[in-house]
Design a protein. Structure first.
Length: 277
């Protein structure tokens, strides 16, 4: 059944995939039995999250934007949107899934606007719920774009369905965090100031933030200034701990910043103000 799509006075159509606690249930609700028949639908110019990596934490739902275009074959018209469905999904690995499954990230709400009788542009969002959609830290990798294409009969029954690959990809990364603490406070001018901190990132197996080894820049902003300067670069240990010493000279703010990596998003701590006397 062609559920979740409707026509409105503004000549646009919408589709929605409901968030269900359990990907098996979600697949059952949204994917009718596959039929090996071409649809003639062509999806192009798929852009996920404006071409930027998607950085995901442990609990917060993410809805990165997706835009794409749909071209219709002869016999179909954008004036009858109930006759077809076309939408992207993300998958990882070399093999395109026949039906988007547990390892796929699917569209949430999306809306399509007719350009003419045979073309439309669409915009919407993916829906990523970390506790349900991400169960391995190996999910922090490059995801490919797949397409679900369907034709519908006038009575709402499925006429044809196919799954295809689309050009493009998107990087999924683990959310990074950084903390800072500078002491003693206050400190005498010319004395040593110890700056510590910690780098952590989302662990999609434990559903918490765990330490990560990496390099971080210690930055300083003088009181009354708006610009930070990098003082030194320090490597954290395997638990993510950062520690270094500097000479106190003037009042100002200290922070750690981490550029991230191929699997981890960037992180910048809040600033710790130190009064130098």
């Amino acid at each position: 059944m062609n559920a979740g799509r409707s026509r409105n006075p503004r000549s646009r159509r919408s589709g929605v995939v409901a968030a269900v606690a359990g990907a098996v249930v979600l697949t059952t609700l949204t994917a009718p039995p596959a039929q090996a028949a071409p649809t003639g639908l062509v999806v192009s110019n798929v852009v996920v999250n404006n071409g930027k990596p998607i950085v995901v934490g442990t609990k917060e739902e993410k809805e990165p934007p997706v835009t794409f275009q749909v071209s219709l074959p002869p016999g179909l018209s954008t004036s009858k949107p109930s006759a077809y469905t076309a939408k992207p999904f993300l998958y990882r690995g070399a093999k395109l899934p026949k039906i988007p499954d547990n390892d796929s990230l699917r569209m949430g709400m999306y809306t399509c606007y007719p350009v003419n009788d045979w073309n439309e542009r669409c915009e919407g969002t993916l829906f990523i719920d970390p506790p349900y959609d991400l169960d391995s830290n190996g999910d922090a990798t490059t995801w490919k774009v797949g397409l679900t294409l369907r034709l519908w009969k006038p009575d709402g029954r499925l006429k044809a369905e196919e799954y295809k690959k689309a050009p493009g990809s998107v990087q999924l990364k683990r959310w990074g965090k950084a903390t800072v603490n500078a002491s003693p406070e206050p400190v005498k001018k010319g004395k040593k100031l110890t700056v510590t901190g910690k780098l952590t990132r989302a662990d999609w197996v434990k559903h918490t933030y765990t330490g990560v080894a990496g390099s971080a820049k210690l930055q300083f902003r003088k009181k009354g200034s708006s610009a930070y300067t990098t003082v030194k670069t320090v490597k954290s240990n395997s638990a993510g701990a950062l520690k270094t010493t500097v000479t106190a000279s003037v009042d100002g703010y200290w922070r750690w910043t981490h550029n991230g990596s191929s699997t981890t998003g960037p992180a910048t701590s809040t600033a710790d103000f130190v009064d130098v006397r």
